[in-house]
Ligand binder design. Structure first.
Ligand SMILES: Nc1ncnc2c1ncn2[C@@H]1O[C@H](COP(=O)(O)OP(=O)(O)OP(=O)(O)O)[C@@H](O)[C@H]1O
Length: 270
């Protein structure tokens, strides 16, 4: 019998409220509860302001919940930790360090020796296709290359949970697709049973369909859907057009108020 997957992330009735400058209270995350097993690739989708980044920041330990529990690998989190790596939309690369030193930095903080950390950093830079710029400064790299550095860094650091907040949002179409492949290849390279758990925030429905095992949809701080994507990987142009995938796409677009087919049908029916 297959081993049950370990619970990696558990949120129990999590709320986060903010007080705005005008004194009004805003509920950014409202009563969110879910469990994510180890190794799952989850995309968080929802309209702007629905609480995705707040959720990720709480999971990263950068923000406390107002109420509720956040448990990672069986432990209630208390601040950031090396078990969780984060990539933000804006670059998480230190401009004053060479590329290889950026990738090594977290390992150095954890006390790894110079030779070991160099080996790990070089390995991940090779994985993302950047061996040739190990000694370069970040200012010499394109936006897509900087994202590759950020991804290599977060994998090299060895966190079991990786959180990416719209990491490819500012990239052009081609680079974005290349980076999706780089991310999936790295995630896959760990092999079944040892894959990292990934939470990936995106506005892009097609990106979620290409990447996710599971898509959670948020609206006004609440989780409004939780959709399993069972299509095999690699997902190709053709497999993304299979009826199951198209049905999920319609569902997601409806959540975002963008399902033009439904709008046209509603018009015809009226
Ligand atoms: N520090 C803060 N102070 C006051 N309100 C905040 C603060 N941070 C977030 N909010 C509010 O909480 C809500 C959720 O914000 P959040 O950034 O989590 O949404 P999001 O889904 O990530 O949006 P986007 O996709 O545009 O990044 C919004 O109404 C936002 O204005």
């Amino acid at each position: 019998m297959a081993e049950p997957q370990r619970r990696m992330i558990e949120l129990v009735h999590v709320n986060r409220r903010f007080r705005r400058a005008d004194g009004q209270e805003v509920s950014a995350v409202s009563d969110v509860s879910f469990v994510i097993p180890e190794g799952e690739f989850v995309c968080l989708v929802g309209p702007s302001g629905c609480g995705k980044s707040t959720l990720l920041q709480m999971l990263a330990g950068l923000l406390d919940p107002s109420d509720g529990d956040i448990v990672v690998a069986g432990r209630q989190i208390a601040g950031p930790g090396p078990d969780r790596g984060v990539v933000f939309q804006k670059d998480s690369v230190f401009p004053w360090m060479r590329v290889i030193d950026n990738v090594e930095y977290g390992l150095k903080c954890r006390g790894l020796g110079a030779r070991e950390r160099r080996e790990i950093a070089s390995l991940y830079l090779r994985h993302v296709g950047l061996s040739h710029v190990e000694q370069a400064w970040p200012r010499e790299l394109s936006g897509g290359m900087l994202k590759r550095v950020a991804i290599a860094t977060v994998f090299a650091n060895g966190g079991r949970v990786l959180m990416l907040d719209e990491p490819f949002g500012a990239l052009d179409y081609v680079t974005r697709h290349q980076l999706q492949d780089v991310l999936l290849d790295l995630w896959n390279a760990d092999g079944a049973g040892t894959r990292r758990t990934v939470l990936f925030v995106t506005h892009d429905v097609d990106e979620a369909l290409a990447l996710a095992d599971r898509i959670m949809v948020f609206h006004s701080g609440r989780q409004v859907d939780d959709i399993a994507v069972t299509q095999d990987r690699p997902r190709t142009t053709d497999s993304l057009l299979l009826p199951d995938m198209v049905a999920i796409k319609h569902k997601l677009l409806r959540h975002l108020g963008l399902d033009r087919t439904a709008a046209r049908d509603r018009g015809a029916a009226a």
